[in-house]
Design a protein around this ligand. Structure first.
Ligand SMILES: Cc1cc2nc3c(=O)[nH]c(=O)nc-3n(C[C@H](O)[C@H](O)[C@H](O)COP(=O)(O)O)c2cc1C
Length: 346
């Protein structure tokens, strides 16, 4: 029902794990992975590795060549991904067949239908826009879905409720083209046998619930997940379930335990400072909208600048520079930091 959108340079395994520490419910999405890179990488674990606790997790692929996509998808499935997605929404790429990817693929639905066939057995989904400049009518969108589902066998569509303007850069394409949720809802009503997940401008669970109540199967949240990762704490309410949500400090404690293990094992095998920064980055928004949210954010950012400490100390200790003056006057985060730091030194 709830999905955390794929975001390049954001939704790495650490960010996904933070969301998982907040809630077991939302489906997590990888950053887009190029088909070629997935096939040729010498370190598939660094590129596509994920922790079992992250499930359900979707791998998003970028590309357009059926053979390459098929190979990349097979590799992903062999690594344990249950769902594969094709990126048809990024407003980038060239119009040459070999390099074509993202929203440009919407200009020719058969380009999408053909690559989609490779993965029929792999339960592929397509993440697309309402259209692309020059092909952005509602009828064009219907034709896209009809062809990609009919010829390509795709059953799940994630629709970012904006047209992609290929003359604008990616960031502008998330703000300049107007949002049109109604068009996605109309599309979902026109294809009741298919699954639609709405994306774009969803910033609260209440808004997600209202859209789901109007006929889409789920809602995908992107930027607000970064600003406010704790928003997913009440996800159970959306599924009709109750139960107490984890507190921010419980989520932090869980995450710091994970981070300490990742650091001790030097996941990714890169520079320890780089890893430590990557592990700290996801928690900067954890106390958003609390009294001390901005102080926490600044403290995490400051901790990310302390090279020596990042290199030499357990992550919980470095991250704990922020927890040293715990938000909301609590001491639990500090206690968690000390516990985890002790564990990390053993
Ligand atoms: C930093 C950043 C990176 C993104 N990278 C991807 C990507 O790799 N693949 C993709 O399909 N969309 C990507 N997107 C788009 C988001 O998945 C989403 O469609 C968009 O942000 C609109 O949702 P929102 O309004 O909830 O943020 C990215 C967005 C941001 C902000």
């Amino acid at each position: 029902m709830l999905h955390v959108a794929p975001m390049a340079a954001v939704t790495d395994r650490h960010f996904r794990m933070l969301i998982r520490c907040v809630s077991p419910l939302p489906t997590l999405w990888s950053e887009m992975t190029w088909d070629t890179v997935a096939i040729e990488t010498v370190d598939a674990e660094a590129l596509m590795g994920f922790s079992a606790a992250e499930r359900p997790v979707v791998l998003q692929l970028g590309g357009s060549q059926p053979e390459r996509l098929a190979r990349a998808a097979a590799l992903a499935v062999s690594r344990g991904y249950q769902h594969i997605n094709l990126n048809c929404g990024c407003p980038a790429g060239t119009n040459e067949w070999r390099a074509c990817y993202g929203a440009r693929l919407m200009l020719d639905p058969r380009l999408v239908a053909t690559p989609s066939r490779w993965a029929r057995r792999r339960r592929p989904s397509v993440k697309c826009r309402l259209g692309v400049d020059g092909r952005d009518s509602y009828d064009g969108l219907v034709e896209f879905v009809r062809l990609v589902s009919g010829e390509g066998g795709v059953r799940v569509f994630i629709v970012h409720a904006r047209v992609a303007l290929l003359t604008l850069n990616a960031a502008a394409n998330r703000t300049v083209p107007p949002l049109d949720h109604e068009r996605v809802l109309r599309l979902a009503a026109a294809f009741p046998h298919l699954t639609f997940i709405i994306n774009g401008g969803v910033t609260s669970l209440e808004q997600a619930a209202a859209l789901i109540a109007r006929g889409v199967r789920g809602a995908m949240i992107g930027r607000q997940s970064v600003t406010e990762p704790y928003l997913f704490a009440r996800s159970a309410v959306l599924s009709g379930g109750g139960g107490a949500a984890r507190s921010r400090r419980e989520a932090l404690d869980l995450y710091l335990t994970y981070a300490s293990e990742a650091q001790a094992a030097n996941w990714g095998g890169g520079h320890p400072v780089t890893l430590a920064r990557a592990l700290l980055a996801p928690i900067s928004g954890l106390f958003h909208a609390t009294e001390s949210g901005s102080r926490w954010r600044r403290a995490v950012r400051a901790a990310m600048q302390e090279r020596g400490r990042l290199r030499d100390c357990p992550i919980a200790d470095s991250g704990g520079r922020a927890a040293r003056r715990p938000p909301c006057g609590g001491t639990a985060a500090l206690a968690a930091r000390r516990t985890v730091a002790r564990r990390g030194r053993k």
